[in-house]
Design a protein around this ligand. Structure first.
Ligand SMILES: Nc1nc2c(ncn2[C@@H]2O[C@H](COP(=O)(O)OP(=O)(O)OP(=O)(O)O)[C@@H](O)[C@H]2O)c(=O)[nH]1
Ligand SMILES: [Mg+2]
Length: 284
């Protein structure tokens, strides 16, 4: 499958309304962002992409209401970023928007699997029961092995490890998370408009090491039990798309259907959503 290889894009890559032309082989880094409502997920996604792509703003209610996908090349890597709505958001409770289904669908769209799952934690808010419930929900969705791919990203804090360390001494839940993630954590600064370059560089380095480490241990990226089925569904979407648009390259067509499917717009969305059972988090 062309799309499953490290970004072998020779023609063009489309992300939303943006189209970028690539002429060389490029390595992919597929990343999913998760966390509580307003933690700064979209802001971090923009920081990793190196451009303002996801809507990120001050608001008393949920800004990202459905999963979104954006991509960009930076430092010779093709970043594919999946932004998600806040888990346990009031919208979910009030309007029965099923964020869990949304996130599960988004996981499938990271096909053939994500290199990192970034848990965004705001240093400006207290850890609540709601947060712990959110983590439990993610545990159920992804399974313990997902921690092998997790990076903690701390927002709304100056890049100062000493302060973070002090905060952690009073937060056993975060210490536990930090242990599970083998201290893979990065502070993303405290500027609503920009993420300091040093923080982004630290993240890049951490991600590179994480990918290397996981590759050594057998799987460079997290594979969900249903990735194969999900990939087949996306492949069918791609074939349909190519029938209607014969002049489009396979990589561009796959990019387009991946984008649509992430937002719940695959013609086979029902099939994608049906891929779940209580043990869906098993990883091959
Ligand atoms: N000062 C400061 N503001 C931040 C930081 N990160 C995010 N913000 C601001 O916090 C607000 C919420 O950020 P978003 O990126 O929209 O948060 P989100 O988690 O995507 O929010 P939802 O999509 O609603 O769940 C925005 O006004 C951001 O500019 C940070 O590190 N420091
Ligand atoms: Mg958002």
């Amino acid at each position: 499958m062309a799309h499953a290889k490290p970004g072998n894009l020779t023609k063009a890559d489309t992300s939303g309304a943006q189209t970028t032309i690539f002429s060389e082989k490029i390595e992919e880094r597929r990343i999913i962002l998760i966390g509580k409502l307003g933690a700064g997920k979209s802001h971090c996604g923009n920081g990793i992409l190196g451009k303002q792509f996801f809507e990120s703003r001050r608001c008393w209610s949920s800004v990202t209401r459905q999963c979104r996908y954006g991509s960009a090349t930076r430092n010779k890597f093709l970043y594919r970023i999946y932004d998600t709505p806040g888990v346990n958001s009031p919208e979910e409770l009030a309007t029965s928007v099923d964020v869990e289904t949304d996130i599960r669908r988004c996981l499938y769209c990271t096909s053939p699997g994500f290199h990192a799952i970034v848990l965004v934690l705001s240093a400006a808010e207290r850890i609540t029961k709601e947060d712990m419930a959110m983590l439990k929900k993610l545990d159920g969705l992804l399974g313990e092995s997902a921690y092998k791919y997790m990076i903690l990203m701390i927002t709304k804090l100056e890049d100062d490890e000493t302060v973070l360390h002090e905060m952690m001494t009073e937060a056993p839940q975060i210490v536990e998370l930090n242990v599970k993630c083998r201290s893979r954590r990065v502070i993303f600064g405290n500027d609503a408009t920009k993420i300091p370059d040093a923080c982004v560089q630290k993240f890049d380095k951490m991600l590179t090491n994480l990918i290397k480490e996981n590759a050594k241990q057998g799987s460079e990226y997290y594979r969900h039990k249903y990735y194969d089925e999900a990939t087949k569904i996306l492949e069918k979407d791609k074939s349909d798309y190519l029938k209607d648009h014969p002049d489009t390259s396979e990589s561009v067509a796959f990019e387009i259907v991946r984008n649509r499917a992430t937002e719940g717009l695959s013609p086979r969305d029902r099939e994608l959503r049906s891929l779940n059972d209580p043990n869906c988090c098993t990883i091959s």
